[in-house]
Design a protein around this ligand. Structure first.
Ligand code: ATP
Ligand code: MG
Length: 561
């Protein structure tokens, strides 16, 4: 990525970049090496984007490198689909790991040898306690734990049992390998943490070779050391794991000495960024999939039409801090609008059409009217839009009995149709239920292009489309998935926004929209930014609203109005 591809070009300094800069200045490292270490048990979300941008960004800015390492130590939860999705999403965000693609599973043999090393040095033992006994004996935040009765096994017995664990002799959960640290440690992570558990499950990469798998803690720091990671950057929940991270590195013959630094994870209002909850949203059918445009996943944001540069700008803007906080969802929307306003081509679409017949316009006549593609960018050119006797306008743009401040169309008033003519409403035709189904209007041929030679003014300019020369489309309007600013992750279903998806089946779009076979969002004038959805077929086009033009957030989550 070059600076030109981001709209906020200044690189923010933060405490992690300060540490890296100081380490390089003091020649503690020749080059900075970071990594992004996802567990392939779900799709990446915008919180991960923050971590990705931080790790890859630092490597880029300081001339180092960033590895993509799958933390694939739990085969029962991990899937190839997730591995593929993660690679696709990191690339799409604009980052490149080059040849530095790794997996914790690449190191299983080395990790195993290091586990034996700990056994041989009297720093690890096989524990036969049941998971329940281990839980009880771990103690609590206020009480120390109790030593396991198996803690003082001989090295020989431990080696024998551990090798038999590896060979698959025991059932899942029958035994674990634990570090022998301190059952009275104030930090519970140091109370003889589990290093290996028995899991008779095939692994996407190592197949059926292993019957035991290392814990996250036993794999992570050592993987960092093997890869020569200099700065192992993770979120604050790992702060309490750092002493353990360091303990392994101090007690093993590792080839390097990485350091762990923690930063605050991203939280956003009206959003849940927990893979567990996101998985349940998908599995429970609350959304259409991981790439449902309401999801905060990278795949969902992409499908919604959010450009990667907007995500990069957003995470740059919010910065990197040491204390957790919650970012207003409006900040994200701001970043999206800022990018799309500059880049999106302008088009006209009528989301909820109301038929208009221009009674003094010749029957059968069609004329082409020129419209600009981007008001601030003449190089984007122009296109032609058909105007005729029968048109569609937006249903909301007409009111039979308008309140005082309503300046759009109503019986007797005159408005401008964008790029075209002034029209005046002469009659509203209703159905048996009393609903307005069609408007009768007249146009002033002298106002072609949108101005009256006599200088008279109108108060509104509205978008419109020719009835015959427009194309039908389905439009999906997305609102926040959650109705509360701070959804309860433990009981998320109760906080879902019942109005998160609105489907408009009878929308009309201009032919230029239908013809653009593009994944770039367009601005539908006065409506917002929209992008073609992959559900589109040749005879049924579907568009997603990426975001509205203005901040109507309170309304979207079901507040007043
Ligand atoms: P869970 O949501 O279950 O806690 P996770 O998101 O931590 O899982 P990982 O795959 O382990 O899943 O995350 C990969 C990296 O992304 C980790 O280094 C983690 O610290 C970072 N990360 C995860 N969530 C966020 C977030 N909300 N903000 C910033 N970084 C995050
Ligand atoms: Mg995690």
């Amino acid at each position: 990525m070059t600076a030109a591809e981001t709209t906020t070009t200044e690189t923010r300094r933060d405490f992690i970049r300060d540490i890296v800069a100081a380490d390089l200045a003091a020649k503690r490292h020749e080059t900075v090496v970071t990594r992004f270490p996802p567990e392939p048990n779900g799709y990446l979300h915008i919180g991960h984007a923050k971590s990705i941008a931080l790790n890859f960004g630092i490597a880029e800015e300081f001339g180092g490198r960033c590895h993509l390492r799958f933390d694939d130590t739990n085969p029962t939860k991990e899937e190839q689909e997730y591995i593929d999705a993660i690679e696709r999403d990191v690339r799409w965000l604009g980052f490149d790991w080059g040849k530095h693609l790794y997996h914790a599973s690449d190191y299983f043999e080395q990790l195993y040898e290091w586990a034996e090393h700990l056994i041989r040095t009297g720093k690890a033992y096989v524990d036969d306690q049941t998971p329940e006994q281990m839980r009880i004996n771990r103690g609590t935040l206020t009480e120390p734990g109790k030593n396991s009765p198996f803690r003082d096994r001989s090295v020989e017995e431990n080696l024998d049992l551990f090798r038999r664990m590896r060979a698959g002799e025991f059932k899942n959960g029958a035994r674990v390998l634990r570090a022998k640290i301190d059952m009275a440690a104030g930090n519970i992570n140091l109370r003889d943490p589990t290093l290996y558990r028995i899991l008779n499950a095939p692994h996407p990469r190592t197949g059926t070779k292993w019957h035991i798998y290392p814990s996250y803690d036993f794999a992570h720091g050592q993987s960092d050391a093997i890869e020569g990671i200099t700065h192992s950057i993770c979120t604050l929940e790992f702060e309490d794991h750092r002493p353990l991270y360091d303990w392994f590195l101090e007690n093993l013959p590792v080839p390097a000495r990485p350091r762990q630094y923690e930063f605050a994870r991203l939280n956003i209002t009206y959003t849940v960024l927990s893979k567990r909850v996101l998985t349940e949203l998908v599995r429970g059918g609350h959304v259409a999939g991981w790439d449902d445009p309401r999801m905060p996943t990278i795949a969902g944001l992409r499908r919604r039409g959010v450009p990667p540069v907007a995500i990069r700008d957003f995470v740059k803007r919010i910065g990197v801090a040491k204390a957790n906080s919650v970012v207003d969802a409006a900040m994200f929307d701001y970043s999206v609008r800022e990018v799309l306003n500059k880049t999106a081509l302008r088009r006209m679409a009528v989301l909820r059409p109301l038929k208009v017949v221009i009674e003094n316009y010749p029957e059968g006549q069609v004329e082409e009217i020129e419209a600009v593609n981007h008001p601030d960018d003449p190089t984007a050119g122009t296109r032609r839009i058909a105007f005729g006797r029968e048109l569609y306008i937006e249903r909301d743009d007409f009111m039979e009995n308008p309140p005082k401040k309503f300046f759009r169309l109503s019986p007797g008033t005159e408005v401008r149709l964008r790029y075209a003519y002034f029209i005046r409403c002469t009659d509203a035709i209703k159905n048996a239920a009393g609903e307005v189904v069609e408007l009768r209007c007249t146009y002033d041929p002298a106002t072609r292009g949108g101005n009256a030679p006599d200088g008279r003014k109108v108060k509104a300019t509205m978008h419109w489309l020719s009835a015959a020369q427009s194309v039908p489309a389905e439009i999906r309007i997305y609102n926040p998935l959650f109705a509360k600013p701070n959804p309860d992750a433990a009981n998320f279903a109760a906080d879902l926004n019942p109005q998160s998806l609105e489907i408009l089946k009878d929308a009309r779009i201009e032919p230029a929209i239908a013809a653009a076979n593009s994944n770039d969002a367009m601005q539908f004038e006065r409506q917002g930014y929209f992008v073609r959805d992959p559900d589109s077929t040749a005879d049924r086009l579907v568009f997603n609203r990426t975001i509205g033009l203005r901040d109507t957030f309170a309304k979207e989550v079901g507040g007043k109005g």
